[in-house]
Design a protein around this ligand. Sequence first.
Ligand SMILES: Nc1ncnc2c1ncn2[C@@H]1O[C@H](COP(=O)(O)OP(=O)(O)OP(=O)(O)O)[C@@H](O)[C@H]1O
Length: 256
Amino acid sequence: MNNEILVAENVTKIYGIDTKNPVTALSDVSLTMYESDFICVMGPSGSGKSTFINNLSTIDIPTKGKVFINGQEVRTMGENEVGKFRYENLGFIFQEFNLLESLTIFENIAVPLTLSHVPLEEVKQRVQVIAKKLGVDELLDKYPSECSGGQRQRASIARALVTNPKLIVADEPTGNLDSKNSHDLLELFKRLNEEEGVSILMVTHDSMIASYSQKLLYIKDGQIAETIERKDLTQKEYFYKIVDVNSTESQKLFID
Ligand SMILES: Nc1ncnc2c1ncn2[C@@H]1O[C@H](COP(=O)(O)OP(=O)(O)OP(=O)(O)O)[C@@H](O)[C@H]1O
């Protein structure tokens, strides 16, 4: 059995808890993720998917419950410690790429290494390697404004991966990519997952993208309503199962 990388115990998130209209976005959710797990999160709009991954990955702090990453309880870490911990362990990929406009693509990708005081020669070498993997090695001297949406997205993915994170946390990472680039990204995730044991926790609304995972969590009303595991299914069989869950759950919305 692989080591536990992320443990969430009875996590609840209530937005606006001190207001007249608090919103319980996540309700008593637990999850154990092991090294090399590849988990996808799906569910209707507003069901709590982003809240789920944000609260499990140090971006946000739960109202109730505990989160452990690599055995450390996130709540007990100071702000600086959490920052360092993120750089060393986590790679975040979001739909908005948040590249710094005043820095070149090279400098953007290098940011997490520079912040960790990695020597310049090593920075250059690691940026080159990851930029090549993401197909942005020709763009390193350009500024984000000189690149297309897909190129910027790939550069931001290179920045998330340049630290060799143990856990990739991705919220709709293919949102701005065309279908070829989406599948290339998922093939890269698959390789990192299978060959380097990187764990992946990813939100997507696309069943085809979700079919690259080994486990699917279907979130509804802030809770895990269904869990499907790929096990020995082919990707195609798993894909059909995912489509089925999405369509069955969508139909329930009519009946309810
Ligand atoms: N900062 C916030 N303050 C108040 N309510 C919030 C906040 N963020 C999210 N919510 C509410 O929490 C619930 C869950 O939102 P969340 O963004 O996690 O859903 P989601 O499943 O990711 O949605 P989508 O697929 O539309 O992105 C929604 O009702 C949303 O309106």
